[in-house]
Design a protein around this ligand. Structure first.
Ligand code: ADP
Ligand code: ADP
Length: 230
């Protein structure tokens, strides 16, 4: 069944001082099926981050509508969690407190024992059991990114939105983390929207690939490529 749907969505950014508007996405239509791993690939600046931010509810469309489970997206929600390229960890907080951050600032209080259970489970899922008391600067880039993934998983969101999560890790770590992510998703059965500029990564991870092209001017286009699972 369709979980995410964007219908003829345009999005852009206003430059208030110069009174201009940059169109980042024009008339994009897209459906994401429940349980699907969708890879979005395209060159830098083509609008990938804008697209995932529309789904996250961080960016509002100029026209068109984005729906999750048939309901129009109107701001961030607990059913969607984002993993960022630069990890966005709090340096003064330990690993477990960084992960906890995702559930403590949420409406609907999660009781302490349940919090502890979820944090332990998320950290164990990303292979970081034993690093609860470490600080981000004590970890490698790959481990920091796994903290970022654990922080997204801990809220048990239905949809995982990942913006080039392995962009800042070296090639060997990236391969290991791709395998790890596949294992985690097989276990949690989440719906994933994954941004990458690497067609290799899109093919490795995606059930389906959406190519966003960067035409001259502002017209962007989405091409669906159906790929059989290996
Ligand atoms: P990608 O993720 O594919 O690199 P983005 O969605 O980040 O693409 O950017 C699409 C276009 O929108 C680019 O031209 C970029 O410069 C512009 N853009 C992105 N974010 C902002 C912003 N916050 N303010 C102004 N322009 C932006
Ligand atoms: P709390 O544990 O009370 O929830 P935080 O975990 O946010 O607070 O902060 C822990 C410690 O880090 C506090 O001593 C706080 O003053 C300090 N701190 C808060 N914000 C920053 C910041 N932007 N840079 C450095 N240290 C900060």
């Amino acid at each position: 069944s369709t979980l995410i749907e964007a219908a003829e969505v345009s999005a852009g950014y206003d430059n208030k001082r110069e009174r201009t508007r940059l169109i980042a996405l024009r008339d994009i239509s897209l459906k994401v099926t429940q349980g699907e791993f969708l890879a979005i690939v395209g060159p830098s600046g083509c609008g990938k981050t804008t697209l995932i931010n529309l789904i996250a509810g961080f960016v509002k469309p100029i026209s068109g509508v984005v729906k999750v489970r048939g309901v129009e997206v109107d701001g961030p929600g607990a059913d969607r969690a984002m993993v960022f390229q630069d990890y966005a960890l709090l340096p003064w907080r330990t690993v477990e407190r960084n992960v906890e951050f995702a559930i403590e600032n949420r409406r609907g209080h999660v009781p302490k024992p349940e919090r502890r259970r979820r944090i332990a489970s998320a950290l164990s899922l990303v292979g970081l059991a034993g690093f609860e008391k470490s600080y981000p600067h004590e970890l490698s880039g790959g481990m920091r990114q796994r903290v970022g993934i654990a922080r997204a998983l801990v809220g048990e969101p239905e949809i995982l939105l990942m913006d080039e999560p392995f962009g800042a890790v070296d090639a060997m770590t990236r391969e290991a983390m791709q395998a790890e992510l596949e294992r985690i998703i097989a276990e949690t059965r989440q719906t994933v929207v994954f941004i990458t500029h690497s067609i290799d990564e899109a093919i490795t991870l995606g059930d389906r690939i959406v190519v966003v092209s960067n035409r001259p001017g502002t017209i962007r286009e989405i091409i669906d490529v159906d790929l059989p699972r290996p």
